[in-house]
Design a protein around this ligand. Structure first.
Ligand code: DSN
Length: 412
């Protein structure tokens, strides 16, 4: 075999052996795919262009691909209790790009949450919104409750009459006050979008409220975080007319071939979530609470204390007094514990490379069958590294010992 090819195959293999088998993965923005989902992802159907809606394809030989598309739409609608779906965006940001481009003109105003409150870059000037020429106005975020300030949302919506309001966060500990937001949405002309990239699996498993039931016209998402599917994006809506505009942005707008292998794999993940989603997501939230409580008891500054720390897959720490996010993630990585440095309220967006926050998620360890007992063990390992200066080499051995008993993927 060609040497470069050997190197390439070995790098991929080594990554899989290390990250998927030996590390404790606590990055809340990722997950493990089941064997079936992974198998479908490697199907040859992905390199067969299939442009246009099922029944109106531009290519021939589409009989089976059209049936896969129809089935995937049905599964997405069933899983998210929605009337319409779109699966062609190749990522969560692309899902937002389709909606933003379909429903706005350059110069329009958009309301979103600040980056330091977990607002996604695609909602802001540096991302998709900026490339569309939108003016993003930031809604206040309440640091104490770690939740949206509804009065600020109401005021800004009246003052700027934005075309869109986009909520949903990459740092998301609690559901927003959906009942109050529904009232605000009914008082304004703006289209409300919920970016559920992080929590879409929780929504599917009914562990987090479904924004489509609270006045939101769109739920956009990526498909590989709490929803343990393949890399990609999707959109759900109950508004047929608005969704048709978004579908035109998908094709012929932004995608020609949308990679049907990815869509078939997404369909398989939906089947698994319809069957196991409730049990899976209930345990995710239990594990997050257990991890947060243990970290708190060990002396960490865990955000959201007054509200029970978390209602999602995420746990967030303020580590500004123990060296900051960048130092902490490096130390944890030395012991094969992977999590994110993250902006938190109180940070400046300019501190993104060394923010005060540390963000963790339990969706992957839960999928491996870990429960509250293991969360206590992991919290102790984190404290050993970050609070007690135990040698990372020693903790790494403990991490590998724990991980060796958790190699199977559950809930599929
Ligand atoms: N939203 C990012 C994250 O949460 O890491 C990925 O786009």
């Amino acid at each position: 075999m060609n040497r470069t090819m050997k190197t390439l195959l070995s790098l991929v293999h080594e990554h899989e052996q290390f990250v998927d088998r030996k590390c404790i993965q606590l990055n809340p923005a990722t997950n493990l795919m089941s064997k079936k989902v992974r198998g479908l992802l490697s199907s040859t159907i992905g390199s067969r262009p299939a442009e246009g809606e099922a029944g109106e394809k531009y290519q021939t030989g589409m009989t089976y691909i059209e049936a896969i598309e129809r089935l995937t739409h049905q599964l997405l609608r069933d899983l998210f209790r929605a009337r319409g779906s779109e699966f062609r965006p190749l990522s969560g940001s692309m899902a937002n790009a389709l909606v933003l481009n379909a429903l706005t003109q350059p110069g329009d105003a958009l309301l979103a949450l600040p980056l330091v409150a977990g607002g996604h870059i695609s909602h802001h000037g540096i991302g998709v919104a900026g490339y569309r020429g939108l003016r993003t106005m930031e809604i206040n975020f309440n640091e104490q409750s770690m939740n949206i300030d509804c009065e600020s949302l109401r005021e800004l919506a009246k003052k700027y009459r934005p075309k869109l309001v986009i909520l949903g966060q990459s740092l998301c500990l609690f559901p927003p006050p959906f009942e109050e937001i529904r009232k605000i949405a009914s008082e304004t002309e703006a289209v409300f979008i919920y970016d559920g990239a992080h929590v879409s699996g929780l929504i599917a498993g009914k562990a987090f409220p479904n924004p489509l039931e609270y006045g939101f016209s769109f739920l956009t998402s990526s498909s590989y975080k709490t929803l343990p599917g393949p890399p990609g994006g999707f959109i759900l809506s109950n508004h047929e007319d608005l969704l048709q505009k978004v579908k035109r942005a998908a094709f012929p707008g932004f995608t020609a071939n949308y990679h049907c292998n990815r869509v078939a794999a997404l369909a398989a993940a939906c089947v698994e979530m319809l069957q196991f989603g409730e049990a899976y997501t209930t345990q995710i939230v239990r594990n997050s609470k257990a991890l947060a409580e243990n970290l708190h008891k060990l002396g960490f500054n865990v955000l959201g204390k007054e509200f029970g720390f978390t209602e999602t897959h995420q746990v967030a720490l303020n580590v500004s007094e123990i060296g900051g996010g960048a130092r902490c993630v490096r130390l944890l990585e030395e012991a094969s514990i992977l999590c994110n440095k993250n902006l938190i309220p109180g940070d400046s967006p300019r501190q993104a490379k060394n923010p005060m926050g540390l963000r963790m998620g339990t969706q992957e360890v839960t999928r491996l069958g870990m429960k509250e007992t293991e969360m206590a063990v992991i919290a102790n390992m984190i404290a050993a590294l970050l609070l007690k200066q135990v040698d990372p080499v020693r903790v790494k051995k403990e991490v590998e010992a724990l991980r060796s008993s958790f190699q199977e993927i559950f809930f599929c």
